[in-house]
Every structure is written in C-alpha cells, then in structure tokens.
Design a protein around this ligand. Structure first.
Ligand code: AMP
Length: 282
C-alpha cells in the first residue's frame, strides 16, 4: 500500500493508472475506520483494478460549534486495517495542502443541501461537496463509493457529479449495523454505556415506521407520529432534529406515501448527534 500525502503527486500517480487502462475505485473517509467503511473498501476492491482510500478530516464540513476537535482519530489503526484489505493507495493529505491560506472556492448544490441535516448543520453539505469535488479532481475515480447511512450526502454527491460532469460512477453501499441495529459510525465511540444501549431506539423507530408502511399506512403524518412516539419512549434521546418520511430524490417530506420512500432520523443524545435511515422500494 502506497501512502501519498501530496495532491499533485497523487494526481500524477492516479493519472498513470488510468492511462494504462486501469479502473480506479475511490472510498472517501474521515478516518476512525470501522466495518461500515471497510464494506465500501471491499466493494471498491472487488469492482476496480486500483483501490484508493482517502482519509481526510475535512474542516470545511464542520460548523464552529461542532465536534471537529474531538472527532475520533486513530491513524495507526486505520493504516493497519487498510493494509489488511490490501488497498493500493492511501491518500492522506495534509490540511495545508488541501486548503492553503489562499483557498476560497466552494461548491453549493442548492436546496437539497438545506433539507434534513442541512437545516441543522448550515454549510455542512457545501463543505462535503467541495472536498469531494477536490478528491474527484485529484484522483479522477472511475467509481466512488459512499454509504447509504449518509443518504442525503449520496443524493447531493450524485447531483454534483451530474451537474458538473465528473466522470465517476457513484456507488451507494448498504448501511452496516451493530447486532442491535445501531448503524456503525465513528461517532458511536462517544456514547457512554447507557447511551449506547439506548441508541438502538433509532433503528427500532425506523423498523416500526417501515413495518407500518409495509402494512399499508400511507399517511406521512401517521408515520411521523409512530416515529416520534418510538423515539420519545427513550428518555436519553434529548432532541429530535427530524424523524419523518421523505421523497428519496427531492428529499421533501411526503404527506401521502405512494412510491419509494425514505424514512430518516436525526437525534441527539446530549452532545452526540446520530443519524440513520431506511429506504423502502414500493
Ligand atoms: P465518514 O468517515 O463518516 O465520512 O464516512 C465515510 C464513508 O463511509 C461515507 O460514505 C459514509 O456514508 C460511509 N459509512 C459510514 N458509516 C457507514 C455504515 N455504517 N455503513 C456503510 N457505510 C458507512
């Protein structure tokens, strides 16, 4: 596994692979790798000649009151895991090389960025889109792999990729969960023991809503109520940012569930914000 830190050198190296006719799979991450991340890595390895994983804790996608400083980091452990997966290139850029003092360009993807998490994290998706655009320009991946866990992110990256004519095929991979259904997340390490066992209410909320839709309930209002009631049954949930049914393309709340539907939740347990979703094809 090659570890590359300089964008220009990484760009040249990836270009050479592409010129030799090799396909290139990219998995962008912020590190503190868990089995969710590794499922993307395995898929990228299976489908491409060359696998590139990036680890970059992107300051642009964190608000001033968010957890950038506290975000879990364990680069030695990450490197070990990626060596085990036998990836080809780890792109580990330095913050100053990604964002020199003169840096001032930003990507805005419009109203999709203002819904769901965007309402509670202003500027977050502009930060995500900007760093992904930079990674796409540096690596020029044939395919780029993202987790369904961050569903809104996948919609925004898809939009950006189409609108700005990036080459990459965007591949969305299923959410990997713990035994009790909690979606794996780097942030789960923040959870105290009691919070950790309480956090499975998020998946229960999605499962209850999903069962209700499958049993024939089509009222968005009714589904919202079922989701809220499940979440409110857990006293350690200190805030519900959102819990509702959405159109999976427009990310607008739906009142009458007809076709495919996204059930999505964001809650806080103290300072820890957790998100999850289920996509129902109907
Ligand atoms: P992050 O390091 O949190 O930015 O995540 C990097 C990528 O891994 C994103 O595309 C996430 O959606 C994906 N990811 C994170 N958690 C999971 C999970 N539990 N299952 C599948 N993919 C995940």
């Amino acid at each position: 596994m090659e570890i590359l830190r300089i964008p220009r050198i990484t760009q040249d190296s990836c270009k050479k692979h592409l010129q030799r006719g090799r396909s290139l799979g990219l998995v962008p991450t912020m590190g503190a790798l868990h089995n969710g991340h590794l499922s993307l890595v395995k898929r990228a390895k299976m489908e491409n000649d060359v696998t590139v994983v990036s680890i970059f804790l992107n300051p642009l996608q964190f608000g001033p009151a968010e957890d950038l400083e506290k975000y879990p980091r364990d680069i030695d452990e990450d490197i070990k895991k990626l060596r085990q997966e036998e990836i080809d290139i780890l792109f580990l850029p330095d913050n100053n090389l990604m964002y020199p003092c003169s840096f001032s360009a930003h990507i805005e993807v419009g109203p999709l960025s203002e819904r769901l998490c965007g309402k509670f994290r202003p500027g977050h998706f502009s930060g995500v889109a900007t760093v992904v655009a930079k990674l796409f320009n540096i690596i020029n991946p044939t395919r780029a792999y993202f987790g369904q866990k961050d569903f809104q992110q996948t919609v925004i990256i898809n939009r950006m990729t189409k609108d700005l004519n990036f080459n990459a095929d965007i591949i969305v991979c299923p959410t990997i969960r713990e035994h009790d259904g909690l979606a794996m997340s780097s942030r789960n390490v923040y959870l105290e023991m009691e919070q950790r066992s309480a956090a499975c209410v998020i998946y229960q909320c999605l499962s209850n809503a999903s069962e209700s839709v499958k049993s024939g309930i089509t009222s968005g209002e009714k589904i919202r109520e079922i989701m809220r009631q499940t979440l409110l049954s857990e006293p350690l949930i200190s805030q519900i940012d959102y819990a509702s049914a959405y159109d999976p393309e427009k990310l607008e709340e739906v009142d009458d569930i007809k076709g495919d539907v996204l059930l999505a939740v964001a809650v806080r347990m103290g300072n820890i914000r957790l998100i999850d979703n289920i996509l129902l094809h109907r």
